[in-house]
Design a protein around this ligand. Structure first.
Ligand SMILES: *[C@@H]1O[C@H](CO)[C@@H](O)[C@H](O)[C@H]1NC(C)=O
Ligand SMILES: *[C@@H]1O[C@H](CO)[C@@H](O)[C@H](O)[C@H]1NC(C)=O
Ligand SMILES: *[C@@H]1O[C@H](CO)[C@@H](O)[C@H](O)[C@H]1NC(C)=O
Ligand SMILES: *[C@@H]1O[C@H](CO)[C@@H](O)[C@H](O)[C@H]1NC(C)=O
Length: 214
């Protein structure tokens, strides 16, 4: 099998699944901002391209940011929220603390969008589009999928849920698969998202743990 065509297909399936839950399907729209923010894609692409030009690792980081946002109560941008009086942030949960990156890239894109089309585009949609653009640049322009839009930003985060639900590299495959299944995802999505972790950098301790295990 041609590995490239398999990956393209799987990535597409993955994102269809991630962003098109049955409920979301009736609400999201590929043309959601066509009239209110026609330059949206151009602005996000420029922001992602600038970030990757400065730091190639950022492509992987933006993909992971989207994954970790979506895996906890859906793609609502809640991973971007700081600690508040009424909740503890997802960004400081164990799977994210000191490892989730790209906040300043999303902030810069949001600032440019506010100039072009104020108070229009949700941060959740920016995270979803930034991941698509990051994969597009990282993959030599062959990986591309359409992103349905119109997500609303969450106003709360759940650190406990982030700790419990985001798959860990130290869990057995059965447990990771169970976590995907609980989100309506399939085994193919486990393979695709695991494969997505083969770009970017990992911290040393993740390898040390493996030495202890084997
Ligand atoms: C979109 O961007 C182009 C190029 O920067 C600009 O000429 C055009 O005015 C922008 N359109 C809108 C609606 O902002
Ligand atoms: C460029 O990337 C480095 C990390 O490699 C980061 O510290 C710096 O803030 C980035 N600069 C810009 C302008 O994004
Ligand atoms: C946060 O997530 C946990 C674990 O899924 C759940 O038990 C708890 O009710 C959630 N808290 C809120 C405020 O939704
Ligand atoms: C895997 O899941 C089982 C069943 O939920 C649980 O008892 C076990 O502790 C989990 N293992 C790890 C390493 O998380």
């Amino acid at each position: 099998m041609d590995p490239n065509s398999y990956s393209t297909h799987s990535l597409f399936s993955l994102f269809v699944l991630l962003v098109l839950s049955p409920l979301a399907f009736t609400q999201l729209d590929y043309r959601f901002y066509d009239s209110t923010c026609p330059n949206l894609t151009r602005i996000v692409r420029y922001g992602v391209w600038s970030a990757i030009s400065n730091d190639t690792r950022m492509a992987a980081s933006l993909l992971r940011l989207h994954f970790h946002d979506c895996f906890v109560n859906g793609c609502d941008g809640s991973v971007l929220l700081d600690d508040a009086s009424s909740f503890m942030s997802e960004k400081n949960a164990a799977p994210n603390h000191n490892s989730v990156r790209g906040f300043e890239v999303i902030d810069a894109i949001k600032a440019n969008l506010e100039k072009a089309c104020p108070s229009t585009v949700s941060c959740a949609d920016i995270v979803a589009l930034a991941a698509r653009e990051a994969v597009y640049f990282a993959g030599g322009f062959i990986y591309y999928w359409s992103v349905p839009l119109g997500r609303r930003d969450g106003t709360t985060a759940n650190q406990t849920a982030a700790n419990q639900q985001i798959p860990s590299p130290f869990e057995p495959l059965e447990n990771i698969t169970a976590k995907f299944t609980s989100k309506g995802l399939e085994f193919k999505d486990v393979v695709v998202l695991s494969g997505a972790h083969t770009i970017g950098f990992a911290q040393c301790f993740t390898f040390k743990q493996r030495l202890f295990n084997f």
